[in-house]
Design a protein around this ligand. Sequence first.
Ligand code: MRU
Length: 313
Amino acid sequence: METLYWKNNTLHLLDQTKLPHKIEYVECNTYQDTITAIKTMIVRGAPAIGVTAAYAMALAEIKEENLEKAATEIKQARPTAVNLFWAVDKVLTETKNGKTAVETAKQMEKDDITINKKIGQYGNTIIDKNDTILTHCNAGALACAGYGTALGVIRAAHEDNKNINVICDETRPVLQGARLSVFEMQQENIPVRLIVDGAAGHMMQKGEINKVIIGADRVAKGGVANKIGSLMVALAAKRYNIPFYVAAPISTFDFEHNIFDTTIEQRNPEEVLKINNEYITKKETKVENPAFDIVESDLITGIITEEGIKKAL
Ligand code: MRU
């Protein structure tokens, strides 16, 4: 199952809002369709958003639209994942060097999988036999062009017969852990258990978790931005001396800003007010719905990249 594919000048995106119950692809024929798909989280996860944004530029090129204008609009789709900005800028630079946007996007899709496999190889070196690994959100094949970053490390350890077990936080409100990470693990026959977000500390206290590995939307001086709830997991891991790793490609690194300059996306309150389209509280209830938080560098054991395992910036 592919997260995305390009065929007949159309971008096909696996509709992640329907997973795991329905496997449906959405067609994007214009860059505006693609922006809507990113905003509505049909496609999500930092590297997947980056590759999708590159294909959005390809659609703009095919329709002979102004690429600079398209770039500005695409960059407004979601604010936190640095890969979106990186990908759009890379396409712009490459077109100036004479490469088409489609060529660049295809190359980025291919590179993403190669990079994730390298992250998997480096990450596998820190996994011990029989480890139980906690992950938060979905940093898997579905969050990338394929293979995954945090789940790529888990895949590599499983392929290496390390007899690992995985625990997924459900990851309210969009439930990427319950709907996507659990699904990916089940597809690979990797033993997996699902917990509610609030259970992570309890499982650590009981000694049931040996390592934590999460993905990242942005790595910068001072820490890492990732899905809301990552900070609480990191704090609990520190309390119980559990190694806390981040797996991310270099394209997720922002060397220009401090991590606290990151714009934290605030999403629709309805995501919190409802479960399965039903209100779980009075609909006039005031809501805060930050989609990401920041894990400070001192809480991070290491950042697993395609260039090796680095210290947090
Ligand atoms: O809101 P999402 O689903 O796009 O958030 C995704 C995450 O937080 C992932 O952990 C991150 O993008 C890394 S994906 C390899």
